[in-house]
Design a protein around this ligand. Structure first.
Ligand code: 13P
Ligand code: SF4
Length: 354
């Protein structure tokens, strides 16, 4: 069992060191017959194109199963920075994640299966908001969450993911910082550090995580008294307080796999809930709300990936304006340096034939 939780214990800052040396090729051969016809077609095209498929934890299982790497934003950014020898990357996630891959993956072109995948949280701020705040607080560094557009990032001083927010804020080494746009993640950072946090945009939130409630967690805790409740830091502060642990989707994967507990209440998007249940069949994974669906993430489909690999439409290529690239690359490199080397996990269900 995990130890009893005090408020500070809840503020998990786990490192991620997945074993990525395992041969995907070998594992896939033994599991190939379990893949669907469409999954096999995607794998054939993937091989032909010499493509790497990266998928976020919120993708549907049929996509996660054919991906080379599945992980949280930080793990996928770190993995993008290290991949070599592919002719293209297919990024199944939202646009800002693919933009990070395009910047970090050097000369490897990055494609997204669907073009309309702007994370709604990213729309809360733009470059103008950042510049205005900088004028209001001269000399105070602006740290933006990666769930922002490249344009917003190009005006920021530092970048963080949910899995690296506290460390990045501490690494700024300033008594106060401007942070956003997610106000709940800002609360998480306030409790994890001694740094004064000025909200970049006090109303910024993710509509998927904002809807979790304390009542949902308390009701499930009565039903499953031994369960460990884990909430994403995009959940409201009181939901974070009601949970036993708070952390990124990657932290949830690691905790469920490594904990001796057998029942978990998960307050994040359903894609991760499905992954956790599939990869930990001996454990009971309870979603805190089955309504937690990110419709932007869910625009990506297996069929969309198939069409992308078949036709390679130019509009699906993700590029970042040249004048923004170097600055964003520098601050992403700094984020990866601060958080250490945690790569996305190779899939543990089925894998690819590449
Ligand atoms: P993670 O970095 O924890 O995967 O979060 C990304 C995200 O979009 C959460 O809503
Ligand atoms: Fe954006 Fe929320 Fe979807 Fe994550 S879950 S991609 S923050 S809308």
């Amino acid at each position: 069992m995990l130890p009893p939780q005090s408020t500070s214990d809840k503020l998990c800052r786990l490192g991620f060191r997945y074993n990525v040396s395992q041969s995907v090729h070998t594992r896939c051969e033994s599991m190939d017959d379990e893949l669907s016809v469409l999954q096999n077609k995607v794998l054939e095209l993937k091989k032909k194109r010499n493509a790497l498929i990266l998928a976020h934890n919120y993708q549907t299982m049929d996509i996660q199963e054919i991906a080379d790497f599945v992980g949280d934003s930080l793990q996928l950014a770190q993995t993008s920075a290290e991949v070599q020898g592919y002719d293209m990357i297919v990024f199944a996630g939202v646009r800002f994640m693919a933009e990070m891959a395009a910047i970090l993956a050097k000369n490897t072109p990055v494609y997204i299966p669907e073009t309309e995948v702007l994370c709604p949280l990213a729309a809360f701020v733009d470059a103008e908001v950042v510049c205005k705040k900088k004028k209001e607080y001269p000399g105070v560094p602006v740290i933006v969450y990666v769930n922002t557009t490249a344009e917003t990032k190009s005006e920021a001083d530092m970048i963080c993911t949910s899995g690296s927010a506290a460390e990045v804020v501490e690494a700024a080494n300033c008594p106060r910082v401007i942070f956003g746009p997610d106000s709940n993640l800002a609360d998480f950072v306030r409790k994890s550090t001694d740094v004064e946090i000025i909200d970049l945009e006090p109303s910024g939130h993710c509509y998927v995580h904002q809807r979790f409630t304390v009542e949902q967690i308390e009701k499930l805790k009565k039903q499953y008294p031994n369960a460990i409740a884990i909430a994403h830091p995009e959940c409201p502060d009181e939901v974070q307080e009601a949970a036993d642990l708070v952390g990124s989707t990657g932290m949830m994967v690691k905790t469920v796999a490594e904990s001796e507990a057998d029942t978990f209440l998960i307050a994040t998007e359903m894609g991760l809930v499905h992954q956790l249940q599939k990869n930990n069949p001996e454990k009971t994974i309870i979603p805190v709300s089955e309504d937690a669906i990110c419709f932007t993430m869910k625009r990506n489909t297996l069929k969309g990936i198939y069409n992308l690999l078949k036709n390679l439409p130019e509009e699906n290529r993700v590029t970042v304006p040249e004048h923004m690239v170097q600055h964003i690359k520098n601050i992403l490199d700094e984020m990866n340096r601060v958080k250490g080397n945690g790569k996305a996990a190779k899939v543990t269900t089925k894998a690819t034939t590449s």
